[in-house]
Design a protein around this ligand. Structure first.
Ligand SMILES: Cc1cc2nc3c(=O)[nH]c(=O)nc-3n(C[C@H](O)[C@H](O)[C@H](O)COP(=O)(O)O)c2cc1C
Ligand code: SF4
Length: 519
């Protein structure tokens, strides 16, 4: 009988050598006359342990990692194919503490299934959500998504059910579901991981959305930097059409729904939903003034649901397990789980899905294991390039939308980027302004011009001029950006800049007094 071996095939695992490990294992097994079947899965998100090799044993899968091709001979000699012990053995996969401590709702199948096998998807609970939605009907499906408390995972945290209801209630000859897979935030990779590890979950979520609002067409807008995800997702779309999950009469119902994959062109602001719609329509990716909301007049002027990958991919779980299972978990108005991505200078980087409310310190020090460099953590940027820099003194902040907003920050798409004590926070503040200047779509003046003036002001801080006065002007500029910008690119750039100044004044050659005087 052949031994089943599981090795991830997603971009994260491949980038650290998963393909070479699979090849080496296959050659070594052949040379020894051992029959093996290698199943290429998605990743569990334990990137610190990739390339990870799992062996199916009668007691379940046993994991080894990180494995290099050079380890293969030694591993086989130690009894790899029987799941025996070795210095690289992590034990039964589901008992690895880093995985066991998580609550996996959105990512339950990631790492477990063959991402392109619809049979595997169904065997692990896939399509149950869609079947239940169709049996409940439109109104009860909308009510279920509302009751779950699900809020958008793209950054703004808008209630998904409320957005769907608005589109459902808007009369039009055609409606659309647009999935935002632009994933531009620094340190984030959850969308990519999902699309490469469990793409049918996104397809099913979009089909449920289409059913609930009355749309028969969906688009996925994927960033050009994810060619690997594009290949996997295209293959998943073909398999879904073949298997009756897309097309006419999906899942044996009267529902028709299909999806087209579109690739972006490398612009951060095209992640903003209205710039994304412009880009999808073949125009320059510039932000639209609101109203009208995309829910009323979106793609090609029709009512459109725009949702992040994770928001949509979570819906099948909510429908399959019922809204209370999801809503029971969480913190305050942030319900359910958040797939948090721990990155930067950190020992155990990866995706950690857990209920809202976990403290930032637990995430960084305990789960992340502190810095990779071994030096003390000095700052953590949460929520992408527009997120605040948080010092260890605020590590008791719970991870949820409201707590971070109260700090003049955001959780964004759940990215946590760790820096050690060698970081220069003035450089980071300058980078934030420079990023805004580079990525600005140019539609509104505060962002188009203010960001360039912001870079100049931060540069002036290193001169021997009156620093307190420069800081006062910088703060005034940030105020204008925050309240005068048309979208959150300009509106949130003050978060990284002002948090760097507030929490790390020593890096600006100014004492806390100068910052306080200017504030
Ligand atoms: C500059 C900017 C970039 C954004 N980038 C993304 C992105 O890459 N992915 C995403 O889902 N949302 C992004 N958003 C948020 C979207 O505008 C929108 O709120 C989101 O796609 C709605 O989906 P959700 O409700 O499921 O979060 C961005 C917003 C701004 C202002
Ligand atoms: S804030 Fe910047 S990116 Fe947003 S609309 Fe204004 S110019 Fe465009």
């Amino acid at each position: 009988m052949s031994v089943r071996v599981f090795i991830a095939r997603d971009a994260g695992a491949v980038s650290v050598g998963a393909d070479e490990v699979a090849d080496a294992l296959s050659v070594a097994a052949r040379q020894r006359g051992i029959e093996i079947e290698i199943v290429r899965t998605g990743s569990y998100g334990l990137y610190w342990a990739e390339p990870m090799v799992e062996i199916a044993t009668p007691a379940g899968r046993v994991a080894y990692g990180p494995v290099s091709p050079d380890d293969i001979g030694e591993l086989i000699d130690a009894g790899l194919f029987d799941g025996k012990g070795h210095r690289l053995c992590l034990g039964p996969t589901q008992d690895i503490p880093w995985l066991k401590r998580q609550t996996r709702f959105t990512f339950a199948r990631c790492g477990v299934v063959d991402p392109l096998s619809l049979a595997d998807y169904r065997a692990h609970g896939g399509t149950r959500g869609l079947a239940r939605a169709i049996s409940l009907g439109v109104e009860a499906t909308l009510a279920e998504v509302e009751a779950s408390g699900l809020r958008g995972r793209g950054g703004a945290g808008f209630p998904t059910g409320r957005k769907w209801r608005t589109v459902a209630a808007t009369q039009a000859s055609r409606k659309y579901i647009v999935c935002n897979a632009d994933e531009g935030d620094s340190g984030t990779f959850a969308d990519r991981m999902l699309m490469e590890g469990d793409p049918f979950a996104l397809i099913e979520g979009m089909a449920i959305a289409g059913f609930a609002v009355g749309a028969d067409k969906g688009f996925v807008y994927l960033r050009s930097e994810y060619p690997h995800a594009a290949v996997t997702f295209e293959a998943a779309l073909r398999a879904a059409r073949k298997g009756g999950l897309l097309g006419d009469n999906i899942a044996g119902s009267e529902v028709t729904f299909d999806i087209e994959l579109r690739i972006g062109a490398g612009s951060y602001v095209c992640g903003e939903e209205t710039a994304l719609l412009e880009s999808l329509e073949g125009k320059r990716g510039q932000v639209r003034a609101r109203p009208p909301l995309p829910a009323h007049k979106g793609l090609f002027g029709q009512p459109t649901v725009v949702n992040n990958v994770l928001s949509l991919a979570t819906v099948p779980f909510i429908l399959a397990e019922g809204a209370p299972t999801y809503a029971d978990l969480g913190f305050g108005r942030s319900r359910g789980t958040m797939p948090i991505q721990i990155a930067g200078n950190v020992r155990y980087g990866g995706l950690f899905e857990t209920g809202f409310g976990i403290s930032l310190g637990e995430l960084v020090e305990d789960i992340g294991g502190g810095t990779m460099s071994g030096r003390p953590v000095r700052a953590v940027q949460v929520g992408g390039p527009l997120g605040a820099y948080i010092p260890p003194s605020l590590f008791d902040t719970p991870f949820d939308f409201e707590s971070f907003a109260a700090l003049d920050g955001l959780i964004g798409h759940g990215g946590v980027v760790v820096f050690d004590d060698t970081v220069d926070m003035r450089r980071q503040a300058r980078f934030a302004m420079e990023f805004c200047a580079l990525e600005s779509c140019g539609k509104c003046t505060p962002c188009r011009i203010g960001s360039t003036r912001g870079v100049e002001l931060i540069d002036r801080l290193s001169d021997d001029l009156d620093r307190a006065e420069t800081i006062a002007i910088l703060e005034d500029l940030c105020h204008t950006l925050k309240y005068g910008s048309l979208c959150a690119l300009g509106g949130f750039t003050p978060y990284p800049v002002m948090s760097a100044l507030r929490h790390f004044p020593e890096d600006f050659d100014v004492g806390p007094k100068a910052v306080a005087a200017a504030s």
